[in-house]
Every structure is written in C-alpha cells, then in structure tokens.
Design a protein around this ligand. Structure first.
Ligand SMILES: *[C@@H]1O[C@H](CO)[C@@H](O)[C@H](O)[C@H]1NC(C)=O
Ligand SMILES: *[C@@H]1O[C@H](CO)[C@@H](O)[C@H](O)[C@H]1NC(C)=O
Ligand SMILES: *[C@@H]1O[C@H](CO)[C@@H](O)[C@H](O)[C@H]1NC(C)=O
Ligand SMILES: *[C@@H]1O[C@H](CO)[C@@H](O)[C@H](O)[C@H]1NC(C)=O
Ligand SMILES: *[C@@H]1O[C@H](CO)[C@@H](O)[C@H](O)[C@H]1NC(C)=O
Ligand SMILES: *[C@@H]1O[C@H](CO)[C@@H](O)[C@H](O)[C@H]1NC(C)=O
Ligand SMILES: *[C@@H]1O[C@H](CO)[C@@H](O)[C@H](O)[C@H]1NC(C)=O
Ligand SMILES: *[C@@H]1O[C@H](CO)[C@@H](O)[C@H](O)[C@H]1NC(C)=O
Ligand SMILES: *[C@@H]1O[C@H](CO)[C@@H](O)[C@H](O)[C@H]1NC(C)=O
Ligand SMILES: *[C@@H]1O[C@H](CO)[C@@H](O)[C@H](O)[C@H]1NC(C)=O
Length: 603
C-alpha cells in the first residue's frame, strides 16, 4: 500500500514541487473516486449489454475473444472513450505533467473490474499422502494429476498466450553460450508483454458463466459425476487487469533484468520507459521497475504512457491504427482454430453432454470450459476445470491458439506485418540513432519526433506491449522461422510457432547489441580484423537464431547472432513488405486460411 501511495506522489517529482504534491494528491483521490463511481455504474450496465449482445451473436465469434487479447473487434466499453471531453478536463490533469507522463490519475485505463478473492488454503484439493513427494504451491497449485501427463511435463506449458511465464526448455533452434572473451554488451532493447490477467472484455469464459447461471435460474441445470462441482460453481473472475501472479511475473522479470544488465544503467541518469495507458500495461511497467530498481524506482525511470484507445496511434497497440485487422479478412486464424477445435474437442464435448442436463452444450462451451482453467488458475490459484481434460487435449488447446495467432497476427494474416510495422521502424530508428518525424505506420509521430519522448541516449530501453502485437512485431521484423503453415486438421507435432514459447504472460524479447574486439566467425572464434558489432535476439531467455530467417546473417551461426549492419540492412528491406496502407485500409477479399503466407495481403 505504502508503495502505491508513494508511486502516485513521486512518479514525476521533477514536474511539481513537494509542497504542491499533497494538494494534487488530494485532488487526484477525489477525482479517482468520482471517476470510479461513474465508471462502475456505467460499466455494469455496458457489460450486461455486451454479454447479451455477444450471447446472441453467431457462435463462430465465440472463440475470437476467448483467449486472445486485446480484441480489436470489440472496442472496450471504456466510458472515457465515449466522453472524449473527459480526459482533457483540467481537473483531471495533474498540474504541469504532460499527459504522456501522467500515470495518476490514470487516463484511458480501460475496464478494471476485480474478481473474487482467492482462498487457496481452503479450496486446494491436491493431496500429498505420506508416500507422495510434497510439491508446495508456488504460488499456483499446478501439481494436480492430469491423465496422460509425464513427470517432466506440465499442462501449464501448453496454454498458448494464457500460459503463465516460463522459458521453453527446447529453445528456438540453437544452444546458449557465454559471451566470448573481450566482448561487451553495449545496449539492450526490451519489449515485454504484460503479466497474467483476468479475461478480456466479452470473452468466451464470461459467456459460459452467464449461460450456466441462466440455466440455473431456469431451474433446469444439473451436473453429475466429475462435473457435479458445476452445481455450486459461479463465474466470478474480474476483467482485464493483472492478477497477483501477473504482478509477480513482471516484478521477477525486473529482477532478472537487473541481474542480467544492471551495469548498463548509469545511476545518475533517468531513463524513459514506454507502455500504454491501459491499467495492466501501466502496472506491468511499474512492477517491472520496482523489480529492477527497487521501490524508489521513480528516481531512476519515468514511465511514458502512450494512449491505447481507438483513434490513437500507438506502436505498442498497433491494431487500433489498422482497420482491416478488425474485419473478416483477418479472421483466418480464428476460422482455422474453430475448425481444429471441432475436431479435437469432439470426445470431450460428448463427455460434458452426458454429465450435464438443462443446457444446450456445444463444442464452444467445451472450449470455454477448457479456457476457464488457465484463467481461474492464475486468479484463484487452482481450477477444477483443468482436470476435465487430458494431456493430449491440452496439447491441442495450445495448438488452437497457435492457429489463431498464425492466421490473425502473424504470417498467415494479411495485417500480420502491418500491425507490427511501427515498432519495426522504431527499432531501426534506435539502431540508426535518430527520431522519427515521418509516418507511414501507426507510430505517434508527435511522440517519436522528440528525444524527450523518444530518447536516443539510453543503453537500456524498456517497452511494454500485448501478445498479439508482439507476435505482429516479430512478423514485421521478418522472422520467417515462425512462418510455416500450420494445418487446421491435425496436430503436426513440434513446430516453431508455439505461442506458449513466444508469448506467455510476461513474455520478453531482449535485443542485445554486442561489441567484439574483432569479427567473430560462425563457430564463435575470433578472426583477424577490426572491432565488430552484433545483434542477439533473446526471447524468453532463449536465443532466436537470426540466420534461420535471414540467410545473410548465416544460417549455421552457432550463436544465432547477426552482424549489426547486416541485420539493419535486412530489417530495412522488411518495412515495405508490410504494405501498410493497403493492408490496413485497402479493399481486398478474405483469403481462406493458409493462402496468405507472408503477413501481408496478396497482390
Ligand atoms: C485423451 O482424450 C482423447 C480424446 O479427446 C483420447 O483420444 C486419448 O486417448 C486420451 N488420452 C489419454 C491418455 O487418456
Ligand atoms: C517427457 O518425457 C517423455 C518420456 O521420456 C518424452 O517422450 C517427452 O517428450 C518429454 N516431454 C517433455 C515436454 O520434455
Ligand atoms: C536510482 O537513482 C538513485 C538516485 O539518483 C541512485 O542513488 C540509485 O543508485 C539508482 N538506483 C540504481 C539501482 O542504480
Ligand atoms: C538523456 O538525456 C536527458 C536530457 O539531457 C537526461 O535527463 C537523461 O538522464 C539522459 N539519459 C541517459 C541515460 O543518460
Ligand atoms: C500522439 O500522442 C500525443 C501525446 O499523448 C497525443 O496528444 C496525440 O493525440 C497522439 N496522436 C495520435 C494520432 O494518436
Ligand atoms: C472467417 O469466417 C467468417 C464467417 O464464416 C467469414 O466471414 C470470414 O470471411 C472468414 N475469414 C477468413 C479470412 O477466412
Ligand atoms: C497516425 O497514423 C496515421 C496512419 O495510420 C498517419 O497517417 C498519421 O500521420 C499518424 N499521426 C501521427 C500524429 O503520428
Ligand atoms: C545518439 O544520439 C544522441 C543524441 O541525439 C547521443 O547522445 C548519443 O551519444 C548517440 N549515440 C550514438 C551511439 O551515436
Ligand atoms: C523451424 O524453422 C526452421 C527455419 O525455417 C526450419 O528449418 C525447421 O524445420 C522448423 N522446425 C520445425 C519443427 O518445423
Ligand atoms: C569492453 O569493455 C572494456 C572495459 O571497458 C574495454 O576495455 C574494451 O575495449 C571493450 N571491448 C570492446 C570490444 O568494446
């Protein structure tokens, strides 16, 4: 508590004197109170309308919002969006703090409904009899037995973007090596996803909760056997904001990054870190900073909040600047996922149907029930829903999310590259050490043309974004390692685009710039020559081999690095492949999933 208070007071000490801050704080609390009051009265109403509206819509849309986030198709029912006048109202703005540095009171925070409190000590059913090795919950209870699961396996690594953070054990194709003698890391650019959260607004889990509640209201609902817990179960998750596990993921990521890179920080400087205005995005950045610098982090970093709302440009939330991303032309992934789900959940749907009366149970309900497991687990610590599916059904669940991402955010999506283009341009600008005054993408040129908001003198850059957006950024970079076609009809076995490995909650890409005294050959031996510079992509603590996507970087480089100028040249060639204007605003037909292979519309 004291930290949060300190944060609201100290976030930008340079902008207002200490004597004035008490007054500003009082004003802030009053405003927050009034806002929260109006917010909840309107959101309650809006949520109900939304649930009703969505329940009535075609069942195909049932999955879109299921697990992926954010959903460009369903603009958040944010009262601020509907009252454009509100944010600029002078009483809301902390004096002298430009909007893009204002973190309290929050503007454009999005929905922030909190859910039922956990009580794991009371609800944890997992038994460790004297003959079983006790595995304490840490903090989640993930030791419940799953049919078909080996000792070395966990279904929590098979949940696509809903997986709590974990580094993948197999890596992305190359091994990890220590830095060679004499080499120095001179800069790091991190792009992090936010931590574990409640479901996004209008998600399939909320709809299933409403459907079961309605059946109970009608007095017809009855579940038996393994499913009888449903007789007493109610849906009680919040929406959108971080759950405690999500705070932990970002705090720990900050600590990890401190151990990895602390010497790159000059203790006499103050760095700018960028996130969006959404509550979970801002708080993810704050927890990360607290992990990296400690609770007095406001001495060391200033958080820049880029507006995340329809109608605003934002490279960290690029879908808002891309109309077609929200339309049917970009539903290929969801369509493929529905096709796959109807196959792999046939058996499970039969099981549910035979144990549940008084409800018309569909395959979409089975999928929502499966999706309930990751959400309830991070919210409550444990979920009964997890045990209703066996290991191979969880493998298939993860695959359903791989299909969704492939077809709607990556190389099988017509807007895959376009959504991530702005961040690619920003990465190139940082590599070339210049600001961005031009457009041709969804960057906010007002922010990117000034070193106050797009600084160039840092050795550490920390940015925060969303899963689908980061997937599109990897696509815009041209990491074709993740472009292979994934069939909607069968599980192909191990494959590169495994969303749980790329975009779990708290995912992070660290782009390291490394200087060596002379060129380093593909076998990591120094050659004669001038000092050289390399780039190393580390995604969730594992190297992404750049040569697998760019031949010129060297397909067989052991360390997966790429020479700096070589990569810069390669990245610049990727920019126009996004066909930004046509991809986002052009008129082209919806291509069946699989026809698009390069993250841009066909010509
Ligand atoms: C898991 O369920 C599928 C049907 O969805 C079935 O084919 C498979 O045999 C089951 N595996 C185990 C280990 O029970
Ligand atoms: C776990 O071990 C089994 C049996 O040795 C193996 O087949 C499986 O691939 C392993 N799973 C993982 C995730 O490592
Ligand atoms: C943060 O800034 C303060 C004040 O300048 C400095 O004393 C402290 O060492 C910095 N923290 C870290 C972790 O470098
Ligand atoms: C970058 O320059 C600004 C403005 O001069 C300064 O406040 C900041 O501390 C500098 N950052 C670093 C990392 O040196
Ligand atoms: C760019 O950012 C500034 C500062 O947050 C904001 O005032 C402006 O509306 C943004 N422009 C667009 C097009 O998003
Ligand atoms: C996905 O399916 C919907 C509904 O059938 C359709 O309108 C849309 O065009 C399809 N999109 C793609 C890319 O296949
Ligand atoms: C916002 O993005 C559009 C392209 O979607 C661009 O035309 C416009 O110049 C951008 N505005 C700013 C302020 O960056
Ligand atoms: C990049 O430019 C900034 C000022 O715009 C300067 O402080 C910094 O030293 C430059 N960095 C490099 C690597 O040239
Ligand atoms: C992963 O991508 C690389 C490079 O495109 C390819 O050679 C390899 O076969 C892929 N691996 C799998 C398991 O598909
Ligand atoms: C690495 O840093 C050390 C110590 O600052 C310096 O002596 C050396 O020249 C640097 N090496 C390179 C390749 O920049």
């Amino acid at each position: 508590m004291s930290w949060l208070h300190a944060t609201s007071e100290l976030t930008h000490p340079s902008f207002h004197s200490a004597s004035r801050s008490a007054h500003v704080l009082k004003l802030a609390f009053l405003t927050v109170f009034v806002l929260v009051f109006f917010y909840f009265s309107s959101i309650l109403f809006l949520d109900r309308v939304l649930v009703l509206g969505l329940a009535a819509s075609h069942s195909q849309t049932a999955i879109q919002s299921g697990s992926r986030e954010p959903q460009p198709g369903n603009p958040h029912p944010n009262p601020v969006d509907q009252n454009e006048g509100l944010p600029s109202s002078p009483t809301l703005t902390a004096e002298n703090v430009p909007q893009y540095f204002q973190t309290t009171p929050e503007l454009w925070a999005g929905p922030t409904a909190t859910g039922r409190a956990p009580f794991l000590a009371q609800t944890n059913p997992v038994s460790f009899m004297p003959d079983a090795t006790y595995v304490p919950n840490n903090p989640l209870e993930t030791a419940a037995p799953i049919m078909g699961q080996n000792q070395n396996e966990s279904i929590f690594h098979l949940m696509g973007n809903l997986s709590p953070y974990f580094p993948n054990a197999e890596g992305f194709g190359v091994a990890e090596y220590p830095l060679p003698e004499g080499a120095n890391i001179s800069q790091v650019q991190m792009l992090s996803r936010h931590g574990s959260r409640y479901p996004t607004t209008g998600s399939n889990v909320a709809r299933l909760g409403a459907k079961i509640a309605a059946a109970k209201q009608a007095g017809t609902f009855k579940a038996s056997g393994l499913y009888s817990f449903l007789n007493d179960w109610t849906y009680a998750l919040g929406a959108e904001i971080l759950v405690p596990r999500g705070r932990q993921e970002l705090f720990e990521s900050g600590i990890l990054h401190y151990y990895q890179y602390a010497q790159l920080y000059n203790p006499n400087s103050k760095i700018i870190v960028r996130t969006t205005t959404q509550d979970r995005m801002l708080k993810s950045a704050e927890y990360f900073m607290a992990g990296f610098f400690g609770l007095e982090w406001t001495n060391n970093a200033t958080i820049e909040v880029i507006i995340e709302s329809p109608g605003f440009n934002n490279s960290l939330a690029g879908y808002y600047g891309c109309k077609n991303a929200r339309l049917g032309v970009n539903r290929g992934g969801e369509n493929a996922s529905v096709e796959w789900m109807s196959t792999y959940l046939e058996d499970a749907t039969t099981r549910f149907k035979s144990h549940i009366e008084g409800i018309e149970w569909t395959v979409f309900d089975t999928y929502a029930a499966q999706t309930m497991c990751p959400y309830e687990t991070v919210a409550y610590g444990y979920s009964v829903f997890c045990n209703l599916f066996n290991y191979s059904e969880w493998e298939s669940f993860g695959y359903s999310l791989d299909l969704t991402f492939a077809g709607s955010s990556a190389f099988q999506s017509p807007t895959g590259r376009a959504i991530g283009l702005g961040y690619l341009q920003e990465t190139i600008a940082r590599m070339e050490n210049h600001t961005l005054g031009y457009s041709g993408s969804q960057i906010n040129t007002t922010l990117d043309s000034s070193t106050e908001t797009f600084p160039l003198n840092q050795t550490l850059y920390f940015d925060f974004s969303h899963d689908t957006n980061i997937m599109s950024i990897l696509t815009a970079f041209g990491l074709t390692q993740f472009s292979q076609f994934l069939p909607a009809t069968n599980f192909p076995g191990p494959h590169n685009l495994t969303v749980a490995h790329l975009e779990p909650f708290g995912a992070r890409l660290d782009i390291e710039i490394i200087k060596t005294p002379s060129p380093l050959d593909k076998d990591r031996k120094y050659k004669k020559g001038k000092p050289a510079t390399y780039v190393h992509f580390v995604l969730n603590q594992r190297t992404v081999p750049l040569g697998w996507s760019f031949d010129e970087c060297g397909r067989d480089r052991l360390d997966g690095w790429c020479e700096f100028d070589t990569l810069l040249k390669a990245l610049k060639k990727e920019v126009k492949k996004a066909k930004f204007d046509y991809a986002c605003d052009g008129s082209y037909p919806a291509e069946e999933y699989g026809k698009i292979t390069d993250g841009a519309p066909l010509d």
